[in-house]
Ligand binder design. Structure first.
Ligand code: PLP
Length: 373
């Protein structure tokens, strides 16, 4: 094994079999029976052609993902501006495979998603982070300074951020995008007289929780038209309620998508996945139906925890980070023993709870009340 990987364990949240599972930010509502039936029918039809490899470029799925984004965010994109993979984790790895690598750097702002350092590690990309501000927003000056200093090939920012729930303000993103136009890695000299031409840092906004953003928080998709070095990652795992499907995607300029196509494995999206995703997308209204309810539940949970005197981060996502606890592990553990699984993640003393069904959220509140009193 590569020496830098020896002794490491695979990443993953602990899975414990308890009645209330609020630890990995899934949509708590199972697909409706008619959605499940449609998916089964689509998979059955795809099964009759499984002797053949699937479509490598899946144009129909890219078309439907673009149509979904147009409805969700009002931004019209062509299918050639969409890329997809087995979860947005795979798509983000494609970004690092295409733009990272030995001698290159990825920059992010922490605390953030635990998988980011792993994409960097696995592609032998140097990993640099800037601390977020005390309210978990991106520290604009520090981030720009780090871009100038490290010349990152890729800047990845989750918005809303996991595990804090913090969205990135549009004016901050615009400022970073302007700065990023010339902060990319030095180009390869073609001769002794070749001057260093500026390159751009590819800015990836990971909107895994984008659909949960509060009224008035725009999507970075709106900035794609003017920024060829911007990519916006999305997933069907969270708001869409299809974490088990493994379908994530990204929107960007066509040229950027074409770079990702170079590094993907052939036939990485199975015919079964493509068929199931298309069937699920055709039910987007029903699958998205619960997003408003989950947003309202989230806001109520924030109010409740604040009312209880806890420190709670503003959230544009389907989870809430709260604390601070002298011994957060003890709180986590006491909740587990009351049948509620949340996540021990984030800055010291903080815990993260995903928004569940109204009943699950009640059970969480009741269990927490017992633990705290
Ligand atoms: C859940 C999550 C993802 C998405 O993972 P999938 O591979 O699409 O299931 C991506 N980014 C962040 C920050 C997440 O929390």
């Amino acid at each position: 094994m590569r020496p830098d990987l020896a002794g490491l364990s695979p990443y993953g949240a602990p899975r414990i079999d308890v009645p209330v599972i609020l630890n990995v930010n899934e949509n708590p509502f199972a697909p409706a029976p008619e959605v499940a039936e449609d998916i089964a029918r689509a998979v059955q039809a795809a099964a009759t052609g499984l002797n053949r490899y699937p479509d490598r470029d899946f144009p129909e799925l890219r078309e439907q993902l673009a149509a979904y984004l147009a409805v969700e965010s009002g931004v019209e994109l062509g299918p050639e501006q969409i890329w997809a993979g087995n979860g947005s984790n795979e798509v983000l790895l494609h970004v690092l495979q295409a733009y990272g690598g030995a001698g290159r750097t990825m920059l992010t702002a922490t605390p953030s998603y635990s998988m980011y350092p792993e994409y960097a590690r696995d592609t032998q990309t140097a990993f640099v982070t800037v601390d977020r501000a005390d309210d978990f927003t991106v520290d604009l000056d520090a981030t720009r300074a780090a871009m100038t200093e490290h010349r990152p090939a890729v800047l990845v920012l989750a918005s809303p951020n996991n595990p804090t729930g913090t969205a990135l303000a549009t004016e901050d993103l615009l400022a970073l995008l302007e700065h990023a136009r010339t902060t990319g890695p030095a180009d390869t000299p073609t001769g002794p007289d070749d001057a260093d031409t500026p390159t751009a840092t590819v800015v990836v906004i990971d909107e895994a929780y984008g659909e949960f953003r509060r009224e008035g928080t725009p999507s970075a998709l709106e900035l794609l038209a003017d920024h060829p070095h911007l990519a916006v990652a999305r997933t069907m795992s969270k708001a869409f309620g299809m974490a088990g499907l493994r379908l994530g995607y990204l929107a960007a300029a066509r040229e950027l998508v074409d770079h990702l196509r170079v590094v993907r494995l052939p036939y990485h999206l199975s015919a079964i996945t493509q068929a199931a995703a298309l069937a699920a997308l055709s039910h987007r209204d029903s699958l998205m139906g619960q997003v408003k309810l989950l947003r309202d539940e989230r806001d109520a949970l924030v109010d409740h925890l604040r009312g209880r005197g806890l420190e709670v981060a503003d959230s544009d996502a389907n989870f809430v980070m709260f604390g601070r606890f002298e011994d957060r592990h003890a709180v986590w553990d006491s909740l587990v023993s009351r049948g509620v699984l949340i996540r021990e993640v984030g800055p010291q003393g903080m815990l993260r709870v995903s928004v569940g069904t109204p009943e699950e959220n009640d059970r969480f509140r009741a269990a927490l009340e017992e633990v705290l009193s």
